[in-house]
Design a binder for this molecule. Structure first.
Ligand SMILES: [Fe+2]
Ligand SMILES: [Fe+2]
Length: 382
């Protein structure tokens, strides 16, 4: 697929292919036939949206998410999940744009020990319009810039994999133990679990994403995403399951974490976590008995077990390839000249596919693969 086609044409093709996928429900899959090769000069000119739009893998992943959400049986939940996928605006942050409101919430979080490193002026990522996400869901990064799905569209590929995991786990528990879990809860929690990443990991002009801060001992996107589900009126069971994505509630030490994250999310959303039934009456545990969907949401978010180390090993390999095959200099590796190259290649192939190539074909195989996606400059100097 070319690659010198007008971008709008390419987008239309991607959307048409996505619509076909939505009808078939096919799981998105990397395929060489779908790679859109561009020159290095072309990829330097693209923004994050164009990079996501130009990836069949990303477009298919996003449409898979829409199709999967369409399968939620409860109409009210389905509507709310689809609204998030269409516009993951952090509406909970609307009231907090007012400086005195923000100060009040910040002081409460700090007094309760949830904020350790965030300065008041850095509290909450920039937000221009309260009701609009700065980037669409499909162009969101799936992680921080050194992390597991750090490219435009990485969020869609991450959540597509996870939501399939959630469905498979529900199916397996049913087959193995005859446990009939509430698939709507497990699936909605997974689809929503990283919903504020397009806001938290905003793309910058350097091609890098915003650096995430830590809130209550985890990446800030986590509590913000739960807060947004609370504010949008998702059922409590979904908000609680969502809070378990980063830790399971199976043991007292571990359970303290989702308890803290639900407390933070409730404060951000302007709710009392106990009165809103996000926690048990004593505020010390999750609502009891603890639902199995909480554990499913946690297990299904384990894509990172392979994808995080894959990113850790592939990013330095990409740097080597940029130096040897694209003529970049060492001091350009922290600039747009490198970031655009890695963003485009990662969005086309996924870090996972690149790692598969590297782990089976070595450095030379990876270098060939990368150069088939972005053609190096002829003179190796740009
Ligand atoms: Fe997360
Ligand atoms: Fe995640």
């Amino acid at each position: 697929m070319p690659l010198n086609k007008d971008r709008r044409e390419v987008m239309k093709m991607g959307i048409a292919a996505g619509a076909a996928l939505a009808l078939s429900g096919t799981f998105p899959k990397f395929s060489w036939a779908n790679v859109r090769t561009v020159s290095y000069e072309e990829c330097l000119e693209m923004d994050a949206l164009a990079i996501a739009d130009n990836s069949q893998l990303v477009t298919d992943s996003y449409h898979y998410l829409i199709n999967t959400a369409q399968g939620i049986k409860n109409k009210a939940i389905k509507k709310k999940v689809l609204e998030v996928l269409h516009n993951p605006a952090p509406t909970f942050a609307g009231d907090l744009q007012d400086r005195s409101n923000r100060r009040q919430v910040y002081d409460e979080l700090k007094a309760k020990g949830f904020i350790k490193e965030i300065a008041f002026d850095a509290f909450l990522p920039p937000l221009k319009e309260n009701d609009k996400s700065p980037f669409p869901f499909y162009a969101g990064s799936g992680s921080g810039y050194s992390g597991h799905h750090s490219y435009p569209g990485g969020l869609a590929t991450h959540v597509a994999f996870n939501s399939r995991m959630a469905t498979s786990l529900c199916d397996n528990y049913s087959k193995a133990y005859s446990c009939i879990l509430d698939h709507d809860i497990a699936l909605a929690a997974e689809l929503l679990h990283d919903l504020t990443k397009p806001w938290v990991f905003q793309w910058t002009d350097s091609g890098e994403s915003r650096t995430e801060l830590q809130l209550a001992g985890t990446g800030e996107h986590h509590t913000y995403s739960v807060a947004e589900s609370i504010v949008r009126g998702l059922p409590v069971e979904i908000c609680v399951a969502q809070a378990c994505a980063h830790e399971h509630p199976g043991f007292a030490k571990e359970e303290k974490k989702p308890v803290a994250w639900l407390t933070v999310a409730a404060i951000l959303a302007g709710k009392d976590p106990i009165r809103h039934k996000l926690l048990a009456a004593d505020g010390q545990t999750l609502p009891q008995p603890r639902r199995m969907e909480n554990f499913v949401c946690h297990l299904a978010d384990h894509d990172w077990v392979i994808s995080a180390p894959a990113a850790k090993w592939i990013i330095p390999e990409m740097e080597k390839i940029a130096l040897t095959s694209y003529g970049l200099k060492q001091d350009e590796l922290k600039t747009r000249k490198f970031n655009q190259l890695r963003n485009y290649v990662f969005a086309q192939a996924s870090i996972m596919e690149l790692y598969q190539v590297f782990s089976t074909r070595g450095e030379d195989g990876l270098a060939d693969f990368v150069q088939s996606i972005v053609t190096p400059p002829k003179t190796k100097t740009v």
